[in-house]
Write a protein that binds this ligand. Structure first.
Ligand code: NAD
Length: 469
């Protein structure tokens, strides 16, 4: 695998610095034409994208079409449709204290951006965040993960065929190359990856006070109320957890179910997993593999450790190290010290924890870092509101899982340990822009009320203003 050399990175960086003023002044029409070209070439390369994802981790064509291509298509179309409006100055309400001031927000491109992405959605993530960056009028260096070489090759070809390097450039590399990039000064860094590396990025950004967006991970729980259609919920959780073989940042990490549901939920998982993937998921054309040996070994070690400490496998548990295959696995009675309970799982292993009182479930969630997503399943709206009120999460979906990120008018974001800032749609455009506050004073300057020398008249004016504010 050929990584981009440090001197190539420096060359691209300098070229983008020279070009950023021109890109900053690009019109809405120009940016829309770039985005349209990007969309057309993605559609033209659809089959090649599916093939690349299959080569990288055995992801099925239809799953790639849904989670990589459709996701990108929806995002690009949404931006193309709305960009003219987003770029316009946005008036804010007039203030009683300043009747002669026309106040508005002006959307200024930040300048040169760095986008760093992980391997788990190696096509969707770089393109979605790049789309926001292009829409906002920035140059970009896109650093792809070192673990998805086939998809990287394709992303690089698509981008280099459409854009000159002094506008958008794709860089391949691992820690050394990313560290070098982080030593350079950018106007914005958009990072998607683990909280551990997120901290490294934030520290590097602080040296130049560079603005950042961090899209990170965490343990996203699914809380199930007593009063639900359990079959529907189980099917829903099977899809959300085992799509991409569990390697999804917002996949349900673990389930909190009521103790009375134990027998029924375990039976349902056993039955519905066979419905989904057949008697042997190894042979299912729809089921992906773990990205590499290192991730496979981490998951296998955690599972073995859990079993040694008394965990009970409800379904699954088999694996094949030659193909990095881990069977969809549902497990319970996992020791609280096992990494399956302390760290983000990021693989096809789903622990169930049983609660007796809902407060126990809430305490369980709140003892951990704030998750990227939290799912609630209940027919009772008061139950759902109660959970939302007494927990914190980047996003929540009620009575479904993962679809919150497909809503074009909702931001994608974490909170604290699961992320900082917001992405996608209008929120993505704003993240890559500076919302500049402009106060346009008509006729008399407001400050004339306080001009020197201060007199009794100034004091009276002050008292009057204090009364009306
Ligand atoms: P990672 O943090 O290991 O790597 C992400 C990127 O950082 C890669 O490009 C990698 O090359 C680079 N990197 C790794 N170590 C580095 C270091 N020491 N210094 C500088 N750069 C470094 O994450 P990953 O394993 O690729 O992806 C899995 C993580 O990403 C999970 O935590 C998952 O939840 C998260 N994720 C989050 C989102 C989201 O939108 N919130 C989406 C996908 C994945």
């Amino acid at each position: 695998m050929a990584f981009t050399t440090v001197s190539e990175i420096d060359k691209i960086y300098s070229a983008q610095l020279k070009n950023k003023a021109e890109i900053k002044h690009s019109t809405a029409e120009k940016r829309i034409s770039w985005l349209k070209k990007l969309l057309s070439s993605i559609i033209a390369e659809e089959k090649a994208i599916e093939k690349a994802l299959y080569l990288d981790f055995h992801k099925s064509g239809i799953e790639t079409a849904i989670t990589e291509i459709l996701a990108v298509q929806v995002e690009l179309k949404h931006i193309i449709k709305n960009l003219r409006g987003w770029m316009k100055d946005k008036s804010v309400r007039r203030s009683l204290m300043m009747p002669n001031v026309n106040a508005y927000l002006h959307y200024e491109p930040k300048g040169n951006a760095l986008i760093i992405t992980p391997w788990n959605y190696p096509f969707q993530l770089p393109i979605v965040h790049l789309a926001s960056c292009i829409a906002a009028g920035n140059t970009a260096i896109v650093k792809l993960s070192e673990f998805s070489p086939n998809t990287n090759k394709l992303v690089k070809n698509i981008i280099s065929n459409l854009f000159s390097e002094d506008h958008i450039a794709v860089v391949e590399g691992a820690v050394e190359e990313t560290t070098h990039l982080l030593d350079l000064r950018f106007d914005h860094i958009h990072f998607t990856g683990s909280p551990k590396v997120g901290k490294i990025v934030m520290e590097a950004a602080s040296k130049n006070l560079t603005d950042i967006t961090l899209e990170l991970g965490g343990k996203s729980p699914a809380i199930i109320d007593k009063n639900v259609n359990l079959k529907k919920v189980v099917k829903n959780l099977i899809w959300a957890k085992f799509v991409n073989a569990g390697q999804t940042c917002i996949a349900p990490d673990y389930i909190l179910a009521h103790r009375h549901q134990k027998h029924q939920i375990e039976e349902l998982f056993r039955k519905e997993l066979v419905e989904a993937f057949g008697n042997d998921a190894f042979n299912s054309p729809d089921y992906a593999r773990i990205i590499n040996e290192k991730q496979f070994q981490r998951l296998q070690d955690n599972l073995n450790d859990a079993k040694n400490l008394g965990a009970v496998i409800i379904s699954g548990g088999n694996s094949d190290s030659k193909t990095n295959y881990i069977e969809p696995t549902v497990i319970t009675n996992v020791a609280s010290t096992n990494p399956l309970m302390t760290d983000e799982i990021f693989g096809p292993i789903l622990p169930i924890v049983y609660y007796s009182q809902i407060q126990e479930a809430i305490d369980f969630v709140n003892q951990k870092e704030k998750p990227l997503a939290l799912y609630v399943f209940s027919k009772d709206d008061n139950f759902n509101k109660h959970i939302i009120r007494y927990t914190s999460a980047g996003s929540t979906c009620i009575n479904d899982a993962m679809i919150q990120i497909m809503h074009p008018n909702l931001p994608f974001s974490g909170v604290n340990n699961s992320g900082i800032g917001q992405s996608t749609g209008r929120y993505g455009f704003i993240s890559f822009s500076h919302e500049r506050a402009v106060a346009n004073v008509k006729i008399t300057p407001i400050s004339s009320m306080f001009w020197f020398p201060y007199t009794e008249k100034t004091n009276k004016m002050l008292q009057w203003i204090r009364k009306i504010v």
